[in-house]
Write a protein that binds this ligand. Structure first.
Ligand code: PMP
Ligand code: GLN
Length: 412
């Protein structure tokens, strides 16, 4: 294995997906819905597969199937407040993962620094390392430890943030709504980040895959809409999250042409193009959403309403058993402090280095309930900040959440 991949052989996903296959727990680990994707979306894919238009089964335009980039431009242009050129300011990718990879490989070189906000979606770090860059970490810290804790109570310290920037800083990697905290960055927080990025001439890579899952009264703000930020921002989205079809692995990025060009170069030397049928089906589905954009039936609006009920249900049962959830404002994960029940967990039976791994594995094996240990989302120096927590996913059927409640209440 080349040096640049050393240290990234292990991922929490490989380990916990295998663990789930072995122990068959109720799976609130890796994030994906266990209910049916919206019928119009799956019907569109079936129609594409059965279409008598033969070219729909063949390669499509490398930088993005035209019908899809056109639909994406129609969705995002009004939200960004400028006409996004679907051919030069947009690219479609194999999931948000590939958009992240192309953006990082297309901008980071040896010695460049990328600022990551901890906890961070774990793949950011190995991508930066593969590009020859170095990560600089700034943690979100909970500013409250008792009473009801909201994801907005997790904050960046302005001084710590400032100290992370220097002449070598190339990218600030933002994730809002945030995985795993569920934090939706506020206007003031984004302004603080934008000010520093402008001062140090840094570009922002904004991972907004959970953009449609924001719970009232919170609002998703795209950092690309802040003054003078379009020029330095690449924004990433995912059809998997947008339409509850994570297995389709189709994503995209948009931003100024000079920066999207760099993603196109990496992409064309990697995959060249992604699959045509899912792009066509997603395009047709987005067109349908555009047509009912202001109606409550629009999936981009209705999903968050459904999820809010699930969020509240989950937060309630964790509170009732004595664990302490951080109530998320966005996304579909909940961080829960499990340590009030630590005396009931057979921590000594597990040999992992970090307590949250011990808890997560013990619960999978003994109570058949799986979550993800958040220390996986921290740099080695800060893993202790994640150890008291477990991340549970709540984009699940009511029945699944009820079963989780039963498991926990029987045990606790
Ligand atoms: N970014 C974040 C923050 C995520 O949680 C995920 C989850 N999969 C991704 C990117 C990757 O998205 P995709 O499945 O579209 O590759
Ligand atoms: N984004 C999802 C999660 O955080 C899926 C992760 C993955 O597939 N690696 O659970």
């Amino acid at each position: 294995l080349p040096e640049k991949y050393k240290g990234s052989e292990y991922t929490v996903w490989a380990e916990f997906i295998d663990l789930a296959l072995q122990y068959k727990p109720l799976n609130l680990g890796q994030g994906f819905p266990d209910f049916a994707a919206p019928a119009h979306v799956t019907k569109n894919l079936a129609a594409v597969a059965g279409s008598d238009e033969p070219l729909l089964q063949q390669y499509t335009r490398g930088y993005g199937h035209l019908r899809l980039v056109n639909a994406l431009s129609k969705i995002y242009s009004p939200l960004i407040g400028r006409e996004i050129d679907p051919k030069t300011e947009m690219i479609t990718t194999a999931g948000a993962y590939e958009a992240l990879y192309s953006a990082i490989l297309g901008h980071v070189g040896p010695g460049d620094e990328v600022i990551l906000v901890e906890p961070y979606f774990d793949c950011y770090e190995p991508m930066v390392t593969a590009a020859g860059g170095n990560c600089v970490f700034v943690p979100l810290r909970p500013t409250k430890t008792s009473g009801t804790i909201l994801s907005s109570d997790w904050k960046l310290d302005e001084k710590e943030l400032e100290a992370a920037f220097n002449k070598k800083t190339k990218i600030f990697l933002l994730n809002t709504p945030h995985n795993p905290i569920g934090k939706v960055f506020t206007q003031a927080e984004l302004e603080m980040i934008a000010k520093l990025c402008k001062k140090w001439n840094v570009l922002v890579l904004s991972d907004e895959v959970y953009e449609w899952m924001v719970y009232e009264p919170y609002k998703h703000i795209r950092i690309a809409t802040l003054p003078d930020m379009w020029e330095r921002t690449i924004t990433i989205g995912s059809a998997g999250k947008t339409f509850s079809v994570t297995g389709w692995k189709t994503g995209w990025a948009y931003g100024p042409a000079n920066m999207i060009h760099n993603l196109q170069v990496v992409h064309q030397n990697n995959l060249n193009s992604i699959n045509t049928p899912t792009q066509e089906a997603i395009a047709r589905s987005l067109e349908e959403e555009i047509a009912r954009r202001n109606s409550s039936d629009c999936y981009l609006v209705s999903l968050a309403k459904e999820l809010k009920v699930k969020r509240d249900y989950m937060a309630k049962f964790f509170t009732e058993i004595g664990m302490v959830p951080t109530i998320p404002e966005g996304g579909y994960f909940m961080m829960v402090d499990w340590t009030p029940l630590a005396s009931k967990v057979g921590l000594a039976e597990e040999s992992d280095k970090y307590k949250d791994y011990k808890y997560a594995k013990w619960m999978t094996k003994n109570n058949k309930l799986q979550g993800i240990p958040p220390s996986a989302f921290y740099s080695p120096a800060h893993k202790n900040l994640g150890e008291n927590y477990i991340r549970y996913c709540f984009i699940k059927k009511e029945e699944t959440l009820k079963k989780a409640e039963q498991i926990l209440k029987t045990w606790a």
